[in-house]
Design a binder for this molecule. Structure first.
Ligand code: SAH
Length: 220
């Protein structure tokens, strides 16, 4: 993503009531934080937050946490969130997703969304891709039984790579499409910022849904 420095964004995020300051200190305490036992869904690489805001509006009985590594992007999500103070079920964390297992305990996350993740086109950077086998292992470390991932992208190379990784990691590919907007899965689809931009350019949107191998998700 092209990054504009947004002056003051780091400070604004540090002060916002909607961002979690000590995310690692929250590990194992997320349900307590939300004050209920509703499932917790996360989006990793949330960008400006349009997608997760809409999910949170539609599903008040699910708790959402948006994760984004850059303050200058996250600030846009915070600005939107401030407009809807009545919303009880959406918070943000500014962090690098590599450390996700330090923030969520085994079984604490019921579902993970990945939208238009950075492609990291060089082979030597493959392990940085959010659908690499290394990241899938981390997701196994936090997902609750029955939980999985939904991944959308317009990047065909990244999608092909992701299908291989899902298979190699022993995950179950529940479904996949290379043209989401003209598929049976389009109903209820919420467009992300990138999805809107790239589909308006004529790029088909790829999507896959996958679940960890049976028994991979432990809650002990
Ligand atoms: N999901 C949004 C934004 C996609 S761009 C949309 O679909 O419109 C990808 C976003 O993921 C960027 O904002 C980038 O900063 C963030 N990101 C990429 N890798 C990340 C990582 N390892 N940890 C946290 N955020 C990450």
């Amino acid at each position: 993503m092209r990054l504009k420095n947004v002056p003051g964004s780091r400070e604004a995020i540090a002060e916002s009531e909607y961002t979690i300051k000590d995310a690692e200190g929250m590990k194992g305490k997320w349900h307590e934080f939300f004050g209920n036992n509703n499932p917790i869904h996360i989006e990793i690489g949330m960008g400006k937050g349009t997608f997760i805001m809409e999910l949170a509006r539609r599903n008040p009985n699910i708790n959402y946490i948006g994760i984004e590594k850059y303050s200058s992007v996250l600030i846009r999500a915070v600005e939107k969130r401030i407009q809807e103070p009545e919303m009880q079920n959406l918070y943000f964390i500014r962090m690098e997703a590599e450390y996700i297992e330090n923030v969520f305990d085994k079984g604490e996350v019921a579902y993970i969304y990945l939208n238009f993740s950075d492609p990291w086109p060089k082979d030597r950077h493959a392990k940085r891709r959010l659908t690499s086998r290394q990241f899938l292992k981390r997701y196994e470390g936090i997902l609750a039984p029955g939980g999985g991932i939904t991944f959308k992208t317009d990047n065909v190379s990244l999608f092909d790579f992701s299908l291989v990784e899902v298979k190699e990691a022993g995950w179950k590919l529940e479904n996949s499409t290379r043209d989401l907007h003209h598929s049976e899965y389009v109903e209820g689809n919420i467009m992300t910022e990138y999805e809107k931009k790239f589909s308006e350019m004529g790029n088909p949107i790829c999507r896959l849904v996958a679940f960890p191998p049976e028994g991979a998700v432990k809650t002990d």
